[in-house]
Design a protein around this ligand. Sequence first.
Ligand code: NAD
Length: 478
Amino acid sequence: IPVEPFDLVIFGGTGDLARRKILPGLFRRFVAGQIEPEARIIGAARSELDDAGYRAFVGEAIADFGGNETRQKKKLKSFLDMLGYVTVDAKGDTGWEELAERVTDDRIRAFYFSVGPGLFGDLAKRLHKHGMADAQSRIVVEKPFGRDLESARDLNRGLAQHFDESQIYRIDHYLGKETVQNLMAVRFGNMLFEPLWNSQYVDHIQITVAETVGVGDRGGYYDKSGAMRDMVQNHMMQLLCLIAMEPPAKFDPDAVRDEKLKVIRALDPVEKDDLVRGQYEGDGTQPGYRNQVENRDSTTESFVALKLHISNWRWAGTPFYLRTGKRLRERASEIAVVFKDTPHSIFGPEAGNHRNILTIKLQPNEGIELGVTIKEPGPGGMRLVDVPLDMTFAEALGPEEADFPDAYERLIMDVIRGNQTLFMRGDEVEAAWAWTDPIIAGWQDRGDVPLAYTSGSSGPDDALMLMHRDGRRWREIK
Ligand code: NAD
């Protein structure tokens, strides 16, 4: 269904994120017929460019990152015709009057802040000053939303001076993933799962976000952040919320976000023994973390594993294990809900141990799988085997239906439609920092140094111990 014509201004429209994700994504939505040719997309950044120069820049970005749709030359031309560019300084007066003239009064106006958080307040202030912060406007802000509770509060306050919470869309692109939304459909659209979705039946839950890449050329930024701030506080916390929350009464933005917030508020502080931090070492061919960030004494973690507890009726007694890191063996993101053993095995010890595991895979292939124990076919007696019930979209609905939009595309369309369900509310972000801050302060006070791990491994051995000592183990990442 097409969205109504809109004006979208991308601050930071010449940046890496705009080039790789936002602009190619908009083009794909245009090819899919979701964006009308009357819509207007305006790049706004510091670079001195004119409309033609920006169209050439975007044409190249689409050629590089547009995927199959790149072949649609006619569509590409119509898309590029929708684009414009204004040189704007977020911290000065350059360009603002021209921008105000270019955006239309009677349409939805979305302003995408694809710039560092240090500019969010400046942009909000100037949009207001130049008459672009009225009820038709909405703003989209990128991560990182602060580096601790105090800075997140400052950002929220800065935006709230000129925009209502209902106009603010804080992006966490993990929430735009098809499978993350499918997780909610599976949980709340079926009778099968919800009765078992608690500590009585769930032994534990594991969330893994493993990357094979190192910090690359983002070393300067990453070294000030680390895995806890870059991954756990935002993406992993969002996944945790969707897995653990109570059923919202309605699938509407505040009903869903209220439930997520309750999960974060119910998190216990993390004990020092339940936390493992690591830093990758070089492996002969690739440099180690400290070399890459050019800081020989860096104590920033490129890996973190932790065990946490949610203190409420549903989850008391069920631990959640989270791990994320760079330069690991495989690139894989998944959530695994590991159910308890059957109370009694009628098949005897030779049948082995079998558990139902519901796996929600986010990367590299999205999908949901339920491991079910059945009899191994054949005459070999009552031997049991686990087989996956595959709930992957592509398998069930065919390849056409499965050609779903990338996370950024979906989220930008949600902004235009005015649907905030998949965006973080200000209080949620603050609550997540309020939980994260003491963990970071704890290791800083103790002077903890991250454990070295070999590039291409599964992280420090202590992370394995975190589960072994509880008689559990991490799922192998494949
Ligand atoms: P970038 O450095 O590649 O681009 C920054 C953009 O901001 C450029 O277009 C630049 O012209 C513009 N800019 C800088 N100062 C300005 C000013 N004073 N006035 C106007 N424009 C100004 O950055 P990026 O990688 O595109 O990241 C943008 C934001 O998105 C950051 O907050 C980043 O953390 C976030 N983000 C990026 C990625 C990614 O993959 N690149 C992923 C997630 C989040």
